[in-house]
Structure formats: structure tokens, C-alpha cells
Ligand binder design. Sequence first.
Ligand code: PMV
Length: 331
Amino acid sequence: MRHSVASAPGKVILFGEHSVVYGEPAIAVAINLRAYVRVDELDGNYTVIEAPHYSISKRIPLGLLLKPTLPDFPGMESVLEPIYVCIKETIKRFDELPKPFKVRIDSKIPPGAGLGSSAAVNVATAAALSDFMGCDVDLKEINSIAYEAERIVHGSPSGIDNTIATFGGAIYYKKPEMKKFEVRSELPLIVGDTGIERRTRDLVEKVRRLYDRNKEIVSRIFSIMGEISKRAYDYMMEGEVDALGTLMNLNHGLLVSLGVSNIHLDKLVHTALESGALGAKLTGAGGGGCMVALVKNERMEEVASSMRKLGYSVYSTKLSKEGVRIEESCG
Ligand code: PMV
């Protein structure tokens, strides 16, 4: 039976979360933790979506996928909704009905932790299904399909997560523009996950309240964060990794001052620094989720193991230049 497999990377925000909402630049990079999606031909009249991580398997009558508007699907689990949108949007771009198929998600990116797991799954789904339907994988299309699906999850997402998952590498983002750029270093990173779920929207609102009450001060903090991102961009282009670590530490301090860190993130950051990281900071919205440390290759083991000893999940990773990738093609 025919099958296709695609994968796409997760991301970390290295600089500029929160200040980016106020028009300052931010930098995000793809990391080599990936989501894998496999599409298999099936007998019968159903499409099946399987997400073993969530112990979910859903059968959708094939005809439903061709309805022009998203039909209500009673009992559709919210984690599957964006995948369902991806499938519909991908199929819409072809004239003919595909053969019945099963979509199976296998993600190595922890979900709900600000690492872009949903975008990576969406991008990989659109790519695997396009390949399964015998088409060239057009990156721009994949990116816009995944963006549609992201809107279901986030309301009005910045588009960073799907762009990074599609194209890989590093992105310099200043609303409304995004530019991809070359990093002249391997950028070894360790991600520590507090395991604490948080909603990005709540943290963005918390910062908004602080800003409304203390505009003169907080706007200056944002502007310094913007300066940090600009300088980080230069250092990344030049491969100045050590100097980048200092900028991460400065950025973390400012995020603490905005009230978006917590004791878990701070413990991980301090432990990483004490055991030899070049720099460390929370990544994404804060309030839980993850932090990231920049570490020299030879110190990776030592730093990761000290962080692990605190009892958190720890991932050794690095910048992934590659975005979405067809792992197995049926073409
Ligand atoms: O938690 P994440 O990784 O989705 O990042 C949120 C980043 C913010 O700057 C806090 C919000 C945003 O929309 O840019």
C-alpha cells in the first residue's frame, strides 16, 4: 500500500518575546526536535487521524472532507481540529478525491510548551498528504495551509511557528515582516521544560497590564529588548556565539522584570549557567513552558545532566537549518 512520511521542526524564540508584540524585533530558530506524520492508504470510506500521544483515533467519513465549509464534527477533540483543517485545505488544492487514508502523528516536540509543536504537526501533515496525493511539495502553499490551521489554535498567530517549521533556520521578525537569515554557528542548545502548562494569551495580557500602568518604564524595557535582538542578529550572522550568551542573560533579566518568569524557569536558568552554559533564558511566553540554554558542545552533557537532576525534562538540541522534509515519498 502507498504511504508518505514527512517531518517538520519545532522552534525556540531566542530573543524578543513579548517586546515583539509592541513592534520590536525578535529572533526565532528551528530546532532539531521534529514532528513526524505518516499518511497510509486505507481500504474503506473513512479517513482516520491517529495521535497515539493523546491516545486519540478518529474516523471521518471521506465525503465530509470535501464540504466547502468546515462541518461541525461532534466529538472532534480540539487537538485534532487543526490537523483536520490541514487535511481539508490540502485536499481542496487538488481536483480529485484522494484514496481513503490514515494520518498518524508522532511528535518528538513536547506539546503546549511554546516549542511550536502544533505548527510542526500541521506543516508535516500538509507535506505528507501532498506527497501522498502525488504532488510536488510547494513550501509556500504548505506554509499558508499550516497558518490557516494555526488560526484555529491561536486565534491570530504571528505566523512565526509555521514559517519556521516550513523553512527551518533562523528568522528575524519585526511586525509585519519576517526575514530568514544564515547563522554561522551550529548553535548547540539545551531546552528545559518545566512541564507547567500556560496560555500565551494570559501572559501577553499580564504584560499589557504592566505596560498600561507603567508606560514610560516598560516601553524602555521593550526598546532595550529590541536592541538586544538587533545585536544578537549581528552576532549570529558573524558566528560570535560567546557574545550571544551574554545577550540571552540580559534578555532573561528583562523578562523577569516583566513578571513572566517563575521559580522553575529561574532554577533551570541558574543551574544551566552554574554548570557552564554561555547564556540561558526563558523562551516563549513564560509563566511555565520552557527555557533554553546556549552551551558549547563539550559542555552539553554536564549542563544537561545538572538540569535533569532538578527533575525537569531536558532536551539536547541545536539549530535545524532544514525545515519540512519528505522522509518517505510514495511518488
Ligand atoms: O509561547 P510562544 O512560544 O507561543 O511565544 C509567545 C511569544 C509572545 O511574544 C509572548 C507572544 C507573541 O504573539 O509573539
